[in-house]
Design a protein around this ligand. Structure first.
Ligand code: NAP
Length: 328
């Protein structure tokens, strides 16, 4: 038996419980893992609160990421004792996920734990941090460098936002952090390297098709009017990366920034992202993230705290990240 969060649905009644689960119920997979840590991402909070139909098969163990040690493997890349990370691939949505002491997955979905990180640090970064890195790599691939101008990071006090601010500032960018908690989180955002903090309300209302050219690049986790206004205020030739929908799924924009300023809008997906980009992203995290900042960004919680933390995350009350110690 092992401990895990189990989500079930019977006749439209949604239940989320910390349960003892029989190992024989684990899904098929060529690698078995003792999970050490998972983390709480926005998608996990949607799944646990039932606010959005993230889970497509019941019963389901949520948790879109984990780090752990291989206990059994018939996959050529992993042997017993290998330390591995998993991000995405539908884990925690259609395949049992990381918010449990054990997991069994397809070895092709795993990446080795980078040597510079211990398991706790890997989940302090988690899917949110790996996605932040994917956004930054996309800015770079599309020609953005610190001399091109400032970078706007939206939802800056959240998981993706916090890690993005930390990496960008270490890379030498001037980071403008957009936050709905600007006043209470000024010291936090500055400690991560934000040069300037602006209030979410500046970009969250319907705006003009084109505004003042303010930033060369954007990491957006919010969507909706914030994304539309972020595009409208991007400099000529700038690049906007869109990875989230914390403010809404809609995109009430015009084509003006794209056809009059040559702005590029790049979509970022961490779930089905090819393995070569994942490996690159984790290697870049080793190089370009000041790991001492992870102590500011992430707080460890135990399994009994996960359900209430999910409520807090959806309500925008969590600063940075929550690491889940599945053995606590
Ligand atoms: N595409 C992908 O593969 C991928 C991967 C990871 C995450 N995501 C998405 O990225 C987003 C952020 O994920 P996360 O884990 O960083 O979540 P998070 O920790 O909850 O951060 C989201 C942040 O967005 C801001 N926010 C919340 N509600 C908002 C609203 N109604 N309007 C405007 N801003 C709002 C808040 O920041 P402030 O308080 O600072 O304003 C909040 O901390 C989510 O939509 C998630 O699904 C996508």
């Amino acid at each position: 038996m092992f401990k895990g969060i189990l989500i079930d649905k019977h006749e439209e009644i949604y239940s989320v419980k910390l349960e003892n689960i029989d190992e024989s119920m684990l899904p098929e997979g060529d690698v078995s893992i003792d999970v050490h840590y998972s983390s709480l991402n926005y998608k996990d909070a949607l799944a646990i609160t039932g606010q959005s139909p993230v889970i497509r098969r019941f019963p389901m163990i949520p948790g879109i990421d984990f780090v752990g040690t291989v206990t059994d493997s018939s996959h050529p890349d992993y042997t017993v004792g290998s330390q591995v990370i998993l991000n995405g691939w539908g884990v925690g949505e259609v395949h049992w996920g990381g918010l449990a002491q054990k997991a069994q997955v397809n070895g092709d979905w795993l990446v080795p734990l980078p040597s510079l990180f211990d398991p706790l640090q890997a989940m302090a970064i988690g899917t949110a941090g790996y996605t932040a890195m994917l956004c930054i790599m996309a800015l770079e691939r599309n020609g953005i460098t610190p001399d091109k101008g400032d970078i706007l990071v939206t939802g800056a006090a959240g998981g993706v936002g916090s890690v993005a601010v930390a990496i960008l500032s270490k890379l030498g960018y001037k980071v403008i952090a957009l936050s709905g908690r600007g006043e209470e989180e000024t010291a936090y955002l500055k400690s991560l390297g934000a040069a300037e903090i602006i209030s979410r309300s500046v970009l969250s209302e319907p705006g003009r098709a084109l505004g003042k050219e303010q930033w060369a690049g954007v990491v957006d986790v919010v969507g909706s009017h914030v994304l539309a206004n972020a595009c409208a205020n991007t400099k000529y030739g700038g690049v906007v990366t869109a990875c989230g929908l914390a403010g809404g799924m809609d995109f009430p924009a015009t084509v003006a920034p794209f056809i009059l300023r040559g702005v590029s809008l790049i979509g970022i997906d961490s779930v089905m992202c090819p393995k070569e980009f994942r490996l690159q992203a984790w290697q870049r995290l080793e190089e370009d993230l000041d790991i001492t900042l992870l102590e500011n960004i992430a707080v460890e919680i135990g399994m009994s705290e996960v359900i209430s933390a999910a409520d807090d995350l959806i309500s925008g009350r969590i600063r940075g990240r929550r690491i889940v110690n599945v053995n606590r």
